[in-house]
Design a binder for this molecule. Structure first.
Ligand code: GDG
Length: 486
């Protein structure tokens, strides 16, 4: 078993100031941490990333606060300017919109790319300092696509693997990126590249073929093979899952059951429909609100009988576009409520804040319908978490965007829609409102089976198995290299 070195933009610990210049490192729980924590502890390993505050990292308090993690935690410091140009700039104003097919939202500022490379080099330095031959190095997501190139320049020959959590765009969109060649060349310095869906993998291979004529792609039924610059690279589809068991058990707890009952009781005689999203233009929130408004216009039976609970978690509010986007949501909620509310019924219950975990689970458990309608999404974990929490006779139905990665796995049970087609979504809401309990149950059973079987532990295993052969091979090569030097 090779040691694991995990690298992500953010660490699973966030630094928080506690006054007098003191900091604490609070663990930030999540699916990735619960799946990878035990692996890191079991194999021995290191997690490298940014602790979430700009400026120098207070070394001693950080080391102390993460001592019980069971693995080594290595912080990478970013200055304010680096955070702005690397994180907000290149990562979230270039790559994020472009990879979600929203190229008109991109801010192609050349300086962003220079900082992106420089920060990726800083991560590479941290990896180079902490890795040893035979380590399994697993880099995560779109912030760190240049890391392998920087490591090769530092003569690190270990097996390098990468997983992209967001979609990979088709060639016509990717071709708009000024750094298209440099970025693809950098990605091909990894030995294994993982994507969420078949569509992302197909798009990536198409871009490799079109942008890099000196790369060769050899189609295969399992992992795809690419040859580039005398190296062999593998690429595959690894759809991320959730910790099903912990969501299901959480939803079954007494406290969550009570909160779910209270939520239902607050809306007597109404079916509850749920939207849960980070504030992001890729999540399709305005389109969803317009679809609900069309549903209320077209289908009078829905009035007074359905409520949309829309929760939005504040995110990236430092980027101006996110502000404008929030204003749009506020206006749409106001307009719908202004037009349709009565003395006893408000169609949209909107909150702009984060729910605590039990409250989140209670919302999943209480709502008969989930509306998960991103314009584009790598996977969308909310869709899977909702299924895991439908513990009451498999009651619950999922309206899901074709453009969420989750649609590839959940299509046997979800009601699939085009989020841009507000009339189609409106009709889907009406269809689901009238759907029988028996159909709810059949559909939900199918989805729960898939989400349970293909959970986050399955995903980690799948990826590590695909990468471990590469790691073994690279350890042998490193051994031979060392013997020659002696
Ligand atoms: C990226 C990709 C891919 C949401 N509201 C609350 C809350 N949440 C939690 C959910 C869920 C998470 O946030 C959101 O996950 P998503 O998958 O929807 O989206 P991204 O954050 O954009 O993640 C995405 C993912 O990576 C994994 O590969 O699926 O496509 O974009 O876990 O539960 N949690 C709490 N309160 C809330 O109000 N506590």
């Amino acid at each position: 078993m090779n040691r694991l070195i995990l690298v992500s933009n953010r660490l699973p610990f966030a630094l928080e100031p506690v006054g007098d210049g003191q900091w604490i490192a609070a663990p930030s729980p999540g699916g990735l941490v619960s799946a990878l924590g035990p692996v890191l502890r079991g194999r021995g390993g290191t997690w490298i990333g940014w602790p979430g505050v700009a400026g120098d990292v207070p070394g001693t308090s950080f080391a102390e606060a993460t001592r019980d993690a069971g693995y080594k935690v290595v912080p990478v410091a970013l200055s304010e300017a680096e955070r702005d140009e690397f994180y907000y700039g290149y990562s979230n104003e270039v790559i994020w919109p472009l990879f979600h097919d929203l190229q008109s939202f991109c801010h192609f500022e050349p300086a962003f790319w220079e900082t992106y490379k420089a920060v990726n080099e800083r991560y590479a330095d941290a990896i180079a300092r902490h890795c040893q031959p035979g380590d399994f190095i697993w880099v995560h997501d779109y912030h760190l696509m240049y890391v392998a190139q920087a490591l090769r320049e530092r003569s690190v020959h270990a097996a390098l693997t990468f997983f992209l959590h967001i979609p990979f765009p088709p060639f016509d969109i990717f071709a708009k990126l000024p750094q298209q060649q440099r970025l693809l060349r950098a990605l091909l310095q990894f030995d294994l590249l993982g994507f969420q869906t078949r569509r992302d993998l197909r798009n990536f291979l198409q871009c490799v073929r079109r942008v890099l004529p000196d790369a060769r792609v050899f189609p295969s039924s399992g992992l795809q093979h690419i040859r580039f610059g005398g190296r062999a690279i593998r690429a595959g589809r690894f759809p991320i899952g959730i910790d099903f068991e912990s969501f299901e058990q959480g939803a079954l707890s007494e406290d969550v059951a009570r909160r779910a009952r209270e939520l239902r009781a607050a809306f007597p005689g109404c079916q509850l429909m749920l939207g849960i999203d980070r504030l992001d233009y890729s999540k399709g929130i305005p389109e969803r609100l317009r679809a609900f408004r069309v549903a209320l216009e077209r289908h009078r039976e829905l009035r007074g009988r359905v409520v949309l609970i829309q929760n939005v978690v504040p995110s990236r509010v430092e980027i101006p576009r996110y502000h404008e986007f929030k204003d749009r949501i506020d206006r749409l909620v106001g307009d719908t409520n202004g037009r349709f509310s009565t003395d006893t019924w408000l169609p949209v219950h909107y909150r702009f804040r984060s729910l605590d975990r039990d409250d989140l689970l209670a919302h999943y458990r209480a709502c008969e319908i989930a509306l998960v309608t991103p314009l584009k999404d790598g996977m969308n974990l909310v869709a899977k978490e909702y299924c895991a929490c439908c513990v009451d006779q498999d009651d619950g139905v999922l309206i899901l965007s074709h453009f969420a990665g989750a649609a590839e796995q959940l299509k046997p049970g979800a009601v699939l829609v085009n989020p841009y087609d507000v009339e189609q979504v409106a009709d889907a809401i009406f269809k689901v409102f009238r759907m029988s309990d028996a159909e709810h149950s059949v559909r939900m059973k199918r989805m729960r089976r898939i989400v349970r079987n293909e959970d986050v532990f399955w995903w980690v295993d799948l990826f590590l198995k695909a990468g471990s052969q590469l790691a073994a091979r690279s350890a042998q090569t490193a051994g031979r290299r060392l013997a020659k030097q002696r």
